[in-house]
Design a protein around this ligand. Structure first.
Ligand code: LLP
Length: 386
């Protein structure tokens, strides 16, 4: 906790140790999600008065129980593939398709066709779609995703704005899109942007609203400004917790400057990251050339974030939570890749040994949904704690 100005709340799993040890008896690796934490995050965002619509980005975690929980809190669901759309409609009984927001990128045209047929709200992000398949879009109401020309985020691989990014209509082509929409009798009712994930910059969303309102006025029919997701969570002990009050105050201020628009957000990580842990069994403890390694039965196949983004996740030995004698270990997985490392110099009980139950924290977002069967290792199991 050293270095933080405000203490972080005690994570839910500290009080659920016995439960987690018992769940792990059914096999590891396994993800466990704590629904009360998901509901708490949902309610924190519901309390932000400047926001009119909330969509949960299901790519972060599409477990049906989580989808039902956030839908029950009044959230819409944001999907990026027709597979996600079908999954949502199958998992949440009676869910109104109009509360699904479909924001694909370079998807095959059949996915747009199906989305319209199912009555979901469709976002397009280029002129070429409408030029190539005018019959699919003629007469429709839709949202337009725009690239504001700059991006942000915790890693260059999750930055989704600016020239190097494949996402969004270039700001310089907005007039061309307006003309195209006019000819096809297309009505643009929402303007959408998502410029990155895990954004720490306070000004980010305020600036987006400001810039988007300008484009929305030019388009003339826009009712909703969707400023995307990107809300960060503190992964490391010395990460500043996200200041939700400050964020909400900033949004309220900028919204007042641009009356007449509803504001929408589509967070993924913020909603679910802290609700999830990955349980893994220690497989072997090995010393090599002075480096001590703790191996686990979960690797980059189960949680790819450290390998892909150098992301940090706290790791604890749940079997020896109160151990006093601590040592540095590299924590690794069983995958045949040098990048299969969860962390270097991780502080763990010196007595850590094969069979201990390890817990990887804050793994509820982009964990299971990005898992693979690489090396023909099975996908992790998933459990829900009510
Ligand atoms: N909306 C759109 C259009 C998106 O592309 C994303 C995430 C979100 C919302 C939700 O963003 P969030 O609130 O979760 O930051 N796999 C990476 C994150 C990639 C995010 C992709 N798009 C990671 O594990 O950090």
């Amino acid at each position: 906790i050293l270095g933080t100005t405000r203490p972080r709340p005690v994570p839910w799993w500290r009080g659920a140790r016995e439960r987690l040890l018992a769940l792990a008896e059914a096999g590891t690796p396994r993800y466990v999600y704590h629904l009360p934490t998901v509901r708490e995050r949902a309610r924190q965002l519901l309390a932000v008065g400047a926001i009119d619509r909330r969509y949960y980005a299901i790519k972060a975690n599409s477990h049906p129980a989580i989808l039902r929980a956030v839908a029950a809190e009044g959230f819409g669901l944001e999907c990026v593939s027709v597979g996600e759309v079908r999954h949502v409609l199958a998992s949440v009984p009676g869910f109104d398709p109009a509360r699904v927001l479909f924001t694909p990128s370079f998807a095959p045209i059949d996915e747009y066709r199906e989305a319209f047929e199912r009555g979901v709200n469709v976002t397009v992000d280029n002129c070429e779609l409408l030029q190539r398949w005018p019959e699919v879009f003629r007469g429709r109401s839709l949202w337009l995703r725009i690239d504001l020309g700059h991006g942000d985020g915790h890693h260059e691989k999750v930055t989704t704005g600016g020239k190097a990014s494949k996402f969004g209509l270039a700001a310089g082509r907005v007039e061309e899109f307006i003309e195209l929409a006019r000819r096809l009798d297309v009505r643009v009712t929402g303007l959408h942007a998502h410029l990155g994930s895990g954004v720490e910059t306070r000004e980010h969303w305020r600036q987006m609203v400001d810039e988007m309102a300008g484009f929305a006025r030019r388009i003339g029919t826009v009712e909703v400004l969707d400023i995307g997701g990107g809300l960060p969570i503190p992964y490391a002990a010395d990460d500043e917790p996200f200041d939700l009050d400050d964020w909400a105050a900033g949004l309220a201020e900028v919204k007042a400057l641009h009356p007449g628009f509803q504001l929408a957000i589509e967070p993924g990580r913020f909603m679910v990251a802290e609700s999830g842990v990955l349980l893994a069994r220690c497989s072997q403890v090995v010393e090599k050339d002075g480096v001590h390694r703790v191996g686990m039965d979960a690797g980059m196949n189960a949680l790819i974030r450290p390998a892909l983004y150098d992301a940090w996740h706290d790791i604890v030995n749940l079997s020896r939570l109160d151990a006093q004698d601590i040592a540095d270990f590299d924590v690794v997985g069983p995958i045949c890749e040098s990048s299969d490392v969860f962390g270097h110099r991780v502080k763990l009980p010196a007595a850590t040994e094969a069979g201990d139950l390890m817990l990887v924290s804050d793994a509820g977002a982009y964990g299971y949904t990005m898992a693979s069967t690489y090396n023909l290792r099975a996908l992790p199991a998933e459990d829900i704690i009510e």
